[in-house]
Design a protein around this ligand. Structure first.
Ligand code: SR1
Ligand code: MG
Length: 394
């Protein structure tokens, strides 16, 4: 067993195998052949450990949430209940977009452990974007996921009593929301010890954006929106590391930051990460046409999301004059949250592989500077009312 004194401790290969042997559903999954299993820790996220458990006939991905964040190497305490929020969010999203969510086999609160479908031969979207891989169905798939999940959990799509109960549940995802508030909305826009950037090359840009009153006001408005709006159940961390895919399958993983919030937060985080992939392409082995393709994907995702969301609302009898202005607000939010995501990944605490793996420091800074300047322009745009604003001038 892994629980000692009420708090979970890290599994080793031996203790995880013992756990699997003692858990009938999981032992059965592997046909009882526990001794034949191979266990490899494959997690590359900021919070959890992920074990790839493979047997002769079956495999599972097993996540464990220790009472601290992986990124802090144990220094920052964090409750272990995050996998409970993740499990419940995945179960809800599976109601709305079953084809885009992995199957959950088992959740054990005491051991802070969750077993889910091992996705193979899927890879993380972030890696696919760096390698300039083609994903012809991604725009269709992810816009369906977004429209179905955001509509389905919105006031338009979900029964009010169920929605109130879910809002109360996910409002308790306090620690992870606090991480977002701090690392996404607060620290990058002020002096903070956790911030880091390519210094001294970006020092002037960082000082200017932190002193830009119009930008700070816009960021604060978007932060307030995140804190107070309950438009839909959000994934809460929908960056390109939270999507696993092949050329014909797209799966959304890791919604441990799930909470009710503004719909544009999920869409904007995703589009912001695609924009970052665009700006980082010169540092990778991308084909020249791949940059233009990435920008088209950004526009396609918004356009198809808006069309699918409107269709769902129409089918439920909601009037178009109600839905259209609602979507205009979501679009303005989306552009704002995308820009904030771009900035925090360059000057905040949590950086991304697209830039971090560019070995040529001069080239990396050039890519980062272009992305930062673009994001600043987006946040100070007077009226972001078309998705073309996100990609304009590129
Ligand atoms: C301490 S967690 C840092 C970042 O990683 C997660 O994936 C979220 O994006 C968070 O902001
Ligand atoms: Mg994650």
């Amino acid at each position: 067993m892994s629980v000692q004194d009420g708090s979970p401790t890290a599994f080793s290969e031996a203790t995880l195998k013992a756990y699997l042997a003692q858990t009938p559903l999981l032992a059965q999954h592997f046909g009882g052949k526990i001794a034949d299993l191979s266990v490899t820790e494959i997690g590359d996220g900021n919070l959890n450990f992920v074990f790839f458990v493979r047997g002769p006939d079956a495999a599972l991905a097993i996540k464990q949430a220790l009472p601290w964040s992986r990124m802090s190497k144990g220094a920052r305490a964090l409750g272990s209940n995050r996998l409970g929020f993740e499990t419940r969010a995945l179960q809800i999203f599976a109601e709305f977009a079953p084809q885009h969510v992995p199957h959950i086999y088992h959740y054990d609160e005491g051991n802070a452990l969750m077993a889910q479908e091992f996705l193979t031969p899927h890879i993380i979207l972030r890696k696919g974007l760096m390698a300039a891989q083609d994903y012809p169905l991604l725009g269709d798939h992810i816009s369906t996921y977004l429209a179905n999940c955001l509509y389905g959990s919105s006031g338009l799509g979900m029964a009010p009593s169920r929605r109130r109960a879910l809002q109360a549940d996910f409002a308790r995802n306090i620690e992870l929301c606090e991480i977002t508030e701090r690392l996404v909305f607060t620290h990058p826009f002020q002096t903070a010890a956790s911030n880091r950037w390519s210094t001294p090359d970006l020092d002037a840009e960082v000082a200017a954006l932190q002193a830009n009153a119009a930008l700070i006001t816009r960021v604060q408005a978007l932060k307030l929106g995140f804190l107070t709006q309950s438009e839909a159940l959000l994934h809460g961390d929908l960056h390109s590391g939270s999507i696993m895919l092949t050329a014909d399958q797209t799966q959304v993983i890791d919604p441990e930051f799930a909470t009710f919030g503004p719909m544009g937060f999920d869409i904007g985080m995703l589009l912001g990460n695609l924009m970052l992939a665009y700006f980082a392409q010169p540092g990778h082995a991308g084909r020249p046409a791949y940059k233009a393709q990435t920008l088209r994907l950004v526009e396609q995702i918004w356009q198809e999301f808006a069309r699918k969301f409107s269709d769902l609302a129409k089918a439920d009898g909601w009037s178009t004059p109600l839905v259209q202005p609602l979507l205009s607000g979501v679009l303005a939010d989306t552009i704002g949250y995308a820009a904030i995501e771009m900035i925090r990944r360059i000057i905040g605490a949590a950086h991304i592989a697209e830039f971090e793996t560019i070995a040529d420091a001069k080239l990396r800074v050039k890519c980062e500077k272009a992305a930062l300047n673009h994001a600043v322009a987006l946040l100070t745009h007077p009226a972001p009312d078309t998705i073309g604003i996100l990609t304009a001038g590129l």
